[in-house]
Design a protein around this ligand. Structure first.
Ligand code: DX5
Ligand code: ZN
Length: 218
């Protein structure tokens, strides 16, 4: 089954609680929280206080997935754990292998799931050392920083490689794709092996959000 994770980045920020509930009421499986610090990417979004407000608005049982596009996740992830998110993803482009192994382990030790994110320009080989120790691999299908960009189909090769590696090594991470996803390309992602699709503009800005989510699941 394909899971749909609307990205709150495309919501009306004047009504964050209402918008978060709307996503789940319309059939969202997860809610994707894009955290940007203005350094790792050229945009600033929101931080732990807003994540805590979202948690309060949706109640304890909804799955919140935090995609950290920040330079020091080792220093900040704990605040997102306290805010009540269920999964924290960090970028493979950030730092050396030691830092990544250590931060991924510390995220799990803090009691939430961990994820590793790979940008369109980064070769698949970069994530190989970590595939045995993650709950989710996020394959970016746009250059991170902004919502509303066009889907880059060339990243599907990495999705296939991730699915192949998982099958060959009896691993269990989920494969998530993020950026420019909507009804027209959702099935390309799932056919390549994706389990979770992030969709911002095509869900929150749709005339009928429930229909948009349902269309991507089928
Ligand atoms: C990009 C973010 C994405 C983005 C998705 O930096 O990671 O999650 O908000 O938005 P759409 O679906 O509009 O491309
Ligand atoms: Zn994202």
């Amino acid at each position: 089954m394909t899971l749909i994770a609307p990205s709150l980045l495309a919501a009306d920020f004047a009504k964050i609680g209402e918008e978060s509930r709307r996503a789940f009421d319309c059939g969202a499986d997860w809610l994707h929280l894009d955290i940007m610090d203005g350094h790792f990417v050229d945009n600033i979004s929101f931080g732990p206080a807003i994540c805590a407000a979202v948690r309060k608005a949706v109640g304890p049982d909804k799955y919140l997935d935090a995609h950290l596009m920040i330079e020091r996740p080792d220093h900040y992830f704990d605040r997102f754990v306290k805010a009540g998110v269920n999964l924290i993803s960090i970028h493979v482009e950030l730092a050396d292998e030691y830092y990544l192994h250590d931060t991924l382990r510390r995220i799990r030790d803090a009691g939430v799931q961990n994820g590793l994110v790979i940008n369109p320009a980064t070769p698949f080989e970069k994530v190989l050392p970590f595939l045995g120790e993650i709950d989710l691999l996020l394959v970016m299908s746009v250059v991170p920083g902004f919502g509303g960009q066009s889907f880059m189909p060339e990243v599907l090769e990495k999705v296939s490689k991730a699915a192949e590696w998982r099958a060959n090594h009896n691993a269990s991470y989920l494969i998530q794709v993020d950026g420019g996803i909507g009804e027209s390309n959702a099935s390309l992602c799932t056919k390549a092996g994706a389990d979770v699709l992030v969709a911002g503009s095509s869900t929150f800005n749709a005339p009928d959000m429930a229909q948009a989510i349902a269309a991507m699941k089928n």
